[in-house]
Design a protein around this ligand. Sequence first.
Ligand SMILES: [Cu+2]
Length: 256
Amino acid sequence: MYRKVLTPNFVSVLVFLVIVLVVANVSITGAKIYEPNNKTEAIVSGGTITGSVRFPEEYPDRQKLTITKDQAVCGAFQYSELFVVSEENHGLKNVVVSLLGAKGKKPEAGMATLNQKKCQYVPHVQAVPVGTTLEILNNDGLLHNVHGYLESLDPQSTVFNKAQPKFLKKIKQTLDKPGTYYFKCDVHSHMSAYIAVMAHPFYDVTDADGRFTITNVRPGSYTVQAWHEELGTLEKTVTVTSGKTAEITFDILPGE
Ligand SMILES: [Cu+2]
């Protein structure tokens, strides 16, 4: 039987397959734009997009939130995280910056934390890969109620709603859909947080100077979106070149 299988026909099919594989490999190699042209050249990676979100003119003051409940733990007031603006460069913190329609290796999901500290969610804004397991912590020694929504605070957008009494230090929740999750505490109405859940790795959240950096972007033209909880979205287009850094600034003008 074995001899019969190894007929000239079988051998020619085998040779044909080997040729196909060799040709396919050559064309795949040819399509890899990040490969160096020769061995002395460094491997060229994608490009970088960096920049800031800022108020070029007037900017809002940091608001004070009056607290009416559990003041022994939470205090009488808190500074709002809504508009945290750098006095140095007028940069705006807590803005999610991402590439629209970007395709890339799906980021690996891991763990993230949303802490409840003195009746405040920490951090106020974060961005994580889709599938991330969120650990919601409660070390305040009092009752919170974590209410999670997707994309809006419409009651119909509820994705989970969990009471967290003082003895329940940790709740786990998987963020399994891309989009922006909104968090409110149903016990303390001033508490809010946002988590942008991403299906690609091209995003960042602005720091205290309003700055962001997105790395390893495949060369090409993109729309970059900046999202802020109150201001909504701003968009800019950018062209990314291999190994280079493109700089963009989102100016928030009066009325925006
Ligand atoms: Cu609460």
